[in-house]
Unconditional design. Structure first.
Length: 119
């Protein structure tokens, strides 16, 4: 006789909170919580502070478009602005979203958390 028990599927990944992952190829992955903080914009504008290596985000009607990665997060191409800021693109890193003077941003001076491909 078998002892079958119904399997209850749980979320395989936890929400990461307000984070932005900078992929090694220059894409930004904006978490669902980050998208909520920004108001789910169709496009974003980048704001830069080159001296402090800060990359800020503002919702916009025109500009770099946010594209669906999956049902939880969005991505946006940012290779040029990341190179302009001197960001380390040798590995993918996750940065917490912080608010400075009313602007949501990431601090590229911080080491971030290196993330793998998960495959």
């Amino acid at each position: 006789m078998t002892n079958f028990v119904e399997y209850e599927r749980t979320r395989s990944r936890q929400r990461t909170g307000r984070t932005v992952t900078v992929l090694a190829r220059g894409l930004l992955v904006l978490s669902v919580d980050t998208m909520e903080a920004l108001g789910h914009p169709a496009a974003i504008r980048f704001l830069t502070d080159r001296d402090e290596k800060l990359l800020g985000f503002r919702p916009a009607e025109h500009g770099p478009k946010t594209n669906a990665v999956n049902s939880r997060s969005r991505n946006v191409s940012a290779a040029q602005v990341l190179k302009f800021l001197g960001a380390d693109l040798t590995a993918s890193r996750r940065y917490p979203l912080i608010e400075i003077d009313g602007t949501w941003c990431i601090d590229l001076k911080s080491p971030g958390t290196e993330v793998g491909r998960g495959r």
